[in-house]
Design a protein around this ligand. Structure first.
Ligand code: F6R
Length: 612
């Protein structure tokens, strides 16, 4: 969601904070702000609605001098995105300055209490209430550490926060509950962030705060405590990825870079985990639950958005190849519908970020009900990765573009590996088929690359359809969730309304929408559903809809039914969703760029939704 940075050390903090905010901007980008304590122990700040690059010139570098500071890039929850509501927020006495991710749910109650105490408020935010609450306790206890602790014991909701105090100008206090926060240990300096992306060019030694913990950071050291004031001792961990991996590397957008990385990222997901000759899969992170998985009577998969779509593909895989009844739930609904879960159930949580609030809440609910939880996560060390019973990393590398692309195909690959692992052990996949699948895996990166090499073909189609107001995406079987994902990609980055449907559902209603202005994307590989899909295409054609098909390279017949054909190599059914989703990623990317949309930071969206 929003991004937090902080610096305490010997260097001037401003450039470090601005650089950090730029790296975090993919998380939230409607406003930006910085507060810095100068050598005379006064705090100066600047905040404004807009993106860092637009606002950067307005930072007064003479005034914002100092070696302790905090910064924030915001994705609005309470109060519209304007200058006033941007962080940092201070108390009405300008002693405390606070940047905060998350939501203080009981802020109206606290605000009423503080108004009675004489505090005044000038913004619509919950964060300003927290800043005043900290100041309230500061006036009583005369200690910022105690004031933050007492305030946090009073609030309900979630937070990742960093706080500085004029009257104790030699420290930053940070705390976390439900919103990621970490700090990197440099030489005589500490860099705080909600995301490792803002830390790695300074140091790779990082300490992650856990929920319910706070830390007192000084130039020469730090102390971690729970908000109940118990001491915590924790060693630093090494961050594995480097700066190049989170930079654009010559591509115009992160999204394009990430789509084009997929030959490598998909390979990274299966690398070292499968024996190509025997089809035997070994997922180290699942060793402790392998037996349970193989004998599972029921699997529930949950996640949000793209991760939920991956879960739907997983359902097809697990039911078809392992014969395990599988259900897929929106994580945001899971805990509110009193789910029937028991101790024999396995709940798989899929999350790129590992921080999505709804998915985390689903994990907690499943754990409360006694299920075994398994994570399929990208961000190493993220909350879900740490808190599940067992898990497998997808190894997609940092995904910066807000629209998820490479994480999706790696999630599909992880689900395929889990399927093969179970299927082999349960003997539900014949050895001959398993070996065919395993040997096809070796060809997959090359096949993905062949789609990427044809990406310029999409520009022409994108120009043709960039002004369409609606799109339909249709597929059957494994490719129905791919249709949903294609529609989501188009909606989120080009703002064109798009729907995904199982192709045969058309005639039960949506076919009424078809006329010569409706582009319909069919996912039509040569598989067992091919003939049926052709009939569905005919139904649309008869109503003069415009047909774009995703079809196999050797399928000549398809030209007779399509206005445009996008080619993908043929593969085994379990991997077809991986190949078929890549043309849909390109299609949405090129339509969005033809419409001059900001593909990496679409309006109203944030990369990681850490509020419910
Ligand atoms: C869409 C997209 C979102 C995320 C969803 C879950 O392109 O990125 O729908 O998939 O917010 O995020 P994670 O996977 O981080 O839990």
């Amino acid at each position: 969601m929003c991004g937090i940075v902080g610096y305490i050390g010997k260097r001037n903090s401003l450039n470090i904070l601005i650089d950090g905010l730029k790296r975090l901007e993919y998380r939230g980008y409607d406003s930006v702000g910085i507060a810095v304590i100068n050598d005379e122990n006064n705090t100066n700040f600047f905040k404004k609605a807009g993106k860092v690059k637009d606002v950067e010139e307005e930072f007064d570098r003479e005034i914002l001098q100092g070696s302790i500071g905090i910064g924030h890039t915001r994705w609005a929850t309470h109060g519209e995105p304007n200058d006033n509501n941007a962080h940092p927020h201070s108390d009405d006495n300008r002693n405390i300055y606070l940047v905060h991710n998350g939501i203080i749910e009981n802020y109206t109650t606290i605000k009423k209490k503080l108004i009675i105490e004489g505090f005044t408020f000038s913004t619509d935010t919950d964060t300003e209430v927290l800043a005043n609450l900290i100041e309230y306790y500061f006036r009583i206890k005369n200690s910022i550490e105690i004031a933050v602790r007492l305030a946090l014991n009073e609030v309900e909701g979630t937070y990742g926060l960093a706080c500085i105090c004029n009257k104790e100008p030699d420290k930053i206090i940070i705390a976390r509950l439900g919103s990621p926060l970490m700090f990197g240990l440099g030489k005589d300096e500490i860099i705080v962030s909600s995301d490792a992306a803002a830390i790695i060019n300074h140091t790779k030694n990082v300490i992650y705060l856990e929920d319910g913990e706070m830390a007192i950071l000084r130039r020469d050291g730090f102390q971690i405590k729970t908000i109940q004031d118990e001491d915590i001792f924790r060693e630093a961990q090494k961050i594995e990825f480097n700066l190049e991996e989170i930079e654009k590397g010559g591509f115009e957008h992160f999204m394009l870079k990430e789509i084009c990385e997929q030959p490598d990222t998909v390979q990274n997901t299966y690398r070292g985990r499968i024996n190509f000759e025997t089809g035997l899969v070994k997922l180290g992170g699942l060793d402790s639950v392998a037996e349970k998985l193989i004998n599972a009577k029921r699997i529930i998969i949950t996640g949000c958005g793209t991760a939920w779509h991956a879960g739907l593909v997983g359902e097809y895989m697990l039911e078809q190849y392992c014969r395990i009844p599988t259900e897929v739930e929106y994580a945001s609904e899971f805990r509110y519908r009193n789910p029937i879960i028991n101790q024999e159930d396995i709940v798989i949580l899929i999350s790129q970020s590992g921080e999505t609030a709804d998915t985390r809440a689903a994990m907690k609910e499943a754990q409360k009900l006694g299920a075994t939880t398994i994570g399929i996560v990208n961000v190493v060390g993220s909350t879900i990765a740490r808190e599940v019973d067992a898990g497998t990393y997808i190894h997609a590398g940092p995904e910066i573009g807000v629209a998820s692309t490479k994480a999706f195909t790696c999630q599909l690959m992880s689900l395929a590996l889990i399927t093969l692992m179970i299927g082999k052990n349960k003997n539900t996949i014949p050895d001959s088929e398993l070996m065919k699948i395993a040997s096809e895996l070796k060809n997959l990166p090359e096949k993905i690359q062949s789609i990427i090499e044809k990406r310029n073909d999409y520009k022409f189609i994108a120009d043709e359809f960039k002004d369409s107001r609606n799109f339909l995406y249709l597929g059957r079987g494994f490719n129905f969730p791919v249709a949903l994902e294609g529609a989501l990609k188009l909606k989120e980055i080009s703002y064109i309304h798009a729907e995904g449907y199982p192709a045969a559902e058309m005639k039960h209603g949506p076919i009424a929408l078809i006329d010569e202005n409706m582009p319909v994307v069919f996912i039509a590989p040569k598989d067992s559903t091919y003939d049926k899909i052709i009939s569905n295409i005919e139904e649309i054609k008869a109503r003069r809809g415009k047909i774009i098909t995703i079809a196999n390279e050797d399928d000549d017949e398809i030209k007779n039914y399509s206005d445009y054909v996008l080619r993908v190599p043929k593969t085994v059914p379990i991997f077809a969703p991986i190949l078929n989703s890549i043309p849909l990623q390109f299609l949405s990317y090129y339509i969005a760029t033809a419409r001059n949309c900001n593909v990496d930071q679409p309006r109203n969206l944030a990369k990681s939704v850490t509020v419910e």
